[in-house]
Design a protein around this ligand. Structure first.
Ligand code: HEC
Length: 159
């Protein structure tokens, strides 16, 4: 009896693998990319692409396990949510938004990249120095939430 139940479950799991979320994205226009538009230096590009682009762009790099049902649907939902808040691949429409100005702050507060994601992706693990570099760059390039706040700059000068 238990064997039979396990067999049925295994079959269901196998069939479930044919159900995949819609991962299609619009054609990416390289000229509409945040890093291209802001002329980001290579070091910054690498950090931002490694730590933010899986959820905040159309250039998501899916690991193999992200295709396993039902994890795939959970992941896709999370990515869509991330893109709704901020999409670095469609920057013309996003640049002036409040969320754009919160990028530095989201890293400083440890909200982004999300901890559970960073633990599973080495390329999203930022050292303290890399965080400082990214925060300073985001604040200088995309602005900060409160214009005139210079707390970040003071921190930089002390280094
Ligand atoms: C694993 C997916 C994921 C990664 C990687 C990720 N984010 Fe997010 N981000 C989200 C989701 C989902 C939301 C919306 C829900 C929330 O605020 O938690 C979000 C929201 C945001 C917001 C809006 C804040 C708000 O409260 O509305 C900012 C700013 C942001 N992310 C910046 C970044 C930056 C900068 C990076 C890279 C250092 C990054 N994120 C990496 C998933 C991600």
């Amino acid at each position: 009896m238990i064997k039979r139940i396990l067999l049925v479950l295994a079959l269901l799991f196998a069939v479930a693998q044919f159900f995949q979320p819609d991962r299609s994205v619009p054609v990416i226009d390289p000229a509409d990319d945040m890093l291209a538009m802001s002329n980001a230096p290579p070091g910054i590009r690498k950090l931002v692409m490694g730590a933010c682009y899986d959820c905040h762009s159309y250039a998501t790099d899916y690991p193999a396990w992200a295709y396993i049902t039902p994890v795939n649907f959970v992941i896709e939902h999370h990515i869509e949510e991330g893109r709704e808040h901020l999409n670095f691949s469609a920057w013309t429409a996003q640049a002036g938004r409040e969320e754009a100005r919160e990028c530095g702050e989201s890293i400083a507060e440890g909200e982004m990249p999300p901890g559970n994601y960073a633990r599973m992706h080495g390329h999203a693990q930022l050292s303290a120095a890399e965080k400082q570099e990214l925060i300073a760059w985001f604040n200088a390039t995309l602005g900060t939430e409160e214009p005139g706040s210079d707390a970040m700059e003071e921190e930089e000068e002390r280094d």
